[in-house]
Design a protein around this ligand. Structure first.
Ligand SMILES: Nc1ncnc2c1ncn2[C@@H]1O[C@H](COP(=O)(O)OP(=O)(O)OP(=O)(O)O)[C@@H](O)[C@H]1O
Length: 283
């Protein structure tokens, strides 16, 4: 679905943000894109959506060049940005205007999502709160059934019940003919939803692994004293000792959490990459 080859990109009169970045994202997954502030997550999502253009390299989405913004491409992609504006109109008018661009738009599902998020349907979009506007756009994006749904920080501004509703509706809307890319800092909101995990750092994709491999290859434990340093991939001190990430040398799959995984990858990228390089190819 998304094929990025040797892409370089930088904003005018700024240093390169990406240098020779390559990644392929086949259909059927909810990709989680993690990275520090300023790592370039939103820029990468905009490159994929054709809102920014690479300086070098090639970028294809569903066989189209995003920068050309062909109708065929636009009808298969929906982007919910972190900051957005909504037009001053009611929901029905919005749907009447924009759903015809999406040939598989599902009105019944759209209604289900609005109900799930308890959204008032008779208000003008501009009269909704930030979180309600976001839930409206998420509902619309999910209901388009487009092949590629891109969500930039989707749970920012959502209240606690809405975060679990978000996980529920997103998980229900994925199928093998579509993919979602979700960029987030809210690792806890995304537990058990995003898989594979992609980590962007220093202009490169430094980590791209699925949960199964992560739990086979790494283990996390809480200990009172630190193990020998050559065994420690990453450690954090806590009130009762340490949380330690180590290579998983057992046959038991671990229960890695996303926050600690992220810290391990960005603090000890080389070591993590070495561990994952020795992957056994199954099947
Ligand atoms: N329109 C722009 N013009 C110039 N520089 C920009 C522009 N947008 C972003 N940048 C710069 O590009 C870099 C990456 O920004 P980007 O928003 O893609 O990062 P991010 O990973 O999404 O960050 P965050 O997690 O803070 O949202 C930052 O250094 C930022 O200052």
């Amino acid at each position: 679905m998304v094929h990025i080859e040797n892409v370089s990109f930088g904003y005018p009169s700024k240093p390169q943000l990406f240098e020779d970045l390559s990644v392929s994202l086949p259909l059927g997954n909810i990709y989680g894109l993690l990275g520090k502030n300023g790592a370039g997550k939103s820029s990468l999502l905009k490159l994929i959506a054709g809102l920014l253009f690479p300086r070098a390299g090639s970028l294809h989405v569903g066989g189209c060049l995003p920068k050309e913004r062909h109708p065929e491409f636009l009808s298969e992609i929906y982007l919910v940005t972190e900051e957005f504006e909504v037009p001053a109109m009611g929901m029905k008018r919005f749907v009447d205007l924009y759903s015809p661009f999406y040939p598989r738009f599902n009105q019944a599902l759209f209604q289900t999502y609005l109900n799930e998020f308890s959204l008032p349907t008779d208000e003008k979009l501009t009269a909704l709160s930030y979180g309600q506007k976001k839930k409206f756009l998420l509902s619309f994006g999910l209901a388009t059934d487009c092949q590629l749904l891109i969500l930039d920080e989707p749970t920012n501004g959502l209240d606690i019940p809405s975060k679990s509703q978000f996980r529920k509706v997103v998980a229900s809307a994925i199928h093998e003919e579509r993919s979602f890319i979700i960029s987030t800092h809210q690792a806890r909101d995304m537990e058990n939803l995003i898989d594979p995990i992609i980590i962007l750092d220093e202009g490169q994709i430094v980590f791209f692994e699925d949960y199964e491999q992560i739990s086979k290859k790494l283990t996390v434990s809480k200990v009172k004293t630190l193990p020998p340093s050559d065994q420690v991939v990453y450690s954090e001190s806590n009130f009762s000792g340490y949380t330690v990430v180590e290579e998983n040398r057992s046959d038991v799959e671990s229960n890695m959490n996303l926050e600690i995984l992220f810290n391990a990858v960005v603090n000890n990228t080389k070591k993590v990459q070495e561990i994952f390089k020795n992957q056994t190819v199954e099947g």
